[in-house]
Design a protein around this ligand. Structure first.
Ligand code: NAP
Length: 251
C-alpha cells in the first residue's frame, strides 16, 4: 500500500512554485499551495483540483514566525501531516553593491533564508514523527556569483549550506534534503528583470537562450521535474545534493 503524502510548496501562486504544486499533485501528493496572498494561491490550488488533485491554498509570509506556525498547523489539520516541503518562495532586489540598500539586502535574506529556516523547522516535527520526509530548497546558478545580485547570490549560496546541514541532521529520521539550482527560467521574476533593465521580455529571452548550451531558456516545468525526482520515494538515498538545472553547467 502506498501512503498519500502531503506537500507544502511555498511561493506557489505562480511560476516555478505553481508548476511544482501541479507536478507533485500529478504524482499523487496532496498539496498545500502557500503564498503571501491566499487568493493568488487559490488560483494554483484550483488548477490542482481541476486536474483531479487535492489542494488547499494558504496565505502566509514565510519569514513571519507566527504566520508559518499557523500555516503549517492548518495544513496538518486540513490535508494531513506535511512531510514534503519545497522552499521555493523568493524575491529579487537587484542592484550593484554601492547602490544596494540595507533593506534590499535584508529583505532578500529574510525571504529566502529565514523563510526556508522557519518553514523547515516547523515541518521537521511532522517528518521526524513520520520517520520519513523530503525537503527541496530552491537555490540558483546565481549562487556561483552574479553581477548585481550580492544579496540574492549570498542567499542562494546560503541555501546550499543550509541544505547540506539539514541533510546531515535529518537523515537518521528518513528525511532527505536537497537543492535545485535553476538557471534562467521564464517566469514573472525574470520578466521583472527585463522591465527593470528596460528590455522587452521576448528580447531578453532570445538573448538568454543564446547563452545556454541547449539553446533555450528554462520553463517552470523543467524545475518541477527535478523537484519531483528528489521528492519521489525512490530518491531515498539521494541527500545533501545540489542539482543545477540550467541547460548546461551554468546559465
Ligand atoms: P516568482 O514568479 O516571482 O514567484 C515567486 C512567488 O513567491 C510569488 O508568488 C511571490 O508572491 C512569492 N513570495 C515572495 N515572497 C514571499 C514570502 N515572504 N512568503 C510567501 N511567498 C512569497 O518566482 P519564480 O521565478 O517562480 O522563482 C521561484 C524560486 O526559484 C525562487 O526562490 C527563485 O529565487 C528561484 N529561482 C528562479 C529562477 C528564475 O530564473 N526564474 C532562477 C533561479 C532560481 P508575490 O507575488 O505576492 O510577491
Amino acid at each position: 500500500m502506498t501512503t498519500t503524502r502531503t506537500a507544502i510548496v511555498t511561493g506557489a501562486a505562480r511560476g516555478i512554485g505553481a508548476a511544482t504544486a501541479l507536478r507533485l499533485a500529478r504524482d499523487g501528493l496532496r498539496v498545500a499551495v502557500l503564498d503571501l496572498s491566499e487568493e493568488a494561491a487559490d488560483v494554483t490550488a484550483q488548477a490542482v483540483r481541476d486536474a483531479g488533485g487535492e489542494a488547499v491554498a494558504v496565505g502566509a509570509d514565510v519569514a513571519d514566525e507566527d504566520a508559518v506556525a499557523a500555516a503549517v498547523a492548518r495544513v496538518a489539520d486540513t490535508l494531513g501531516a506535511p512531510t514534503v516541503l519545497v522552499n521555493n518562495a523568493g524575491i529579487l532586489r537587484d542592484n550593484l553593491l554601492f547602490r544596494m540598500s540595507t533593506s534590499d539586502f535584508d529583505d532578500v535574506l529574510r525571504v529566502h533564508l529565514r523563510g526556508a529556516f522557519l518553514m523547515s523547522r516547523a515541518v521537521q516535527a511532522y517528518q521526524v514523527e513520520a520517520r520519513w520526509g523530503r525537503v527541496v530548497n530552491l537555490s540558483s546558478t546565481s549562487a556561483l556569483g552574479n553581477r548585481g545580485q550580492a544579496n540574492y547570490a549570498a542567499a542562494k549560496a546560503g541555501m546550499q549550506g543550509f541544505t547540506k546541514t539539514l541533510a546531515i541532521e535529518l537523515g537518521q529520521f528518513g528525511v532527505t534534503v536537497n537543492a535545485v539550482a535553476p538557471g534562467f527560467i521564464q517566469t514573472e521574476m525574470t520578466r521583472a528583470v527585463a522591465d527593470r533593465v528596460g528590455v522587452p521580455f521576448e528580447e531578453l529571452l532570445a538573448h538568454e537562450a543564446t547563452q545556454v548550451p541547449v539553446r533555450r531558456v528554462g520553463q517552470p516545468e523543467d524545475i518541477a521535474a527535478a523537484v519531483a525526482f528528489f521528492v519521489s520515494e525512490e530518491a531515498s538515498f539521494v541527500s545533501g545534493q545540489v542539482l543545477y538545472v540550467a541547460g548546461g553547467p551554468r546559465a
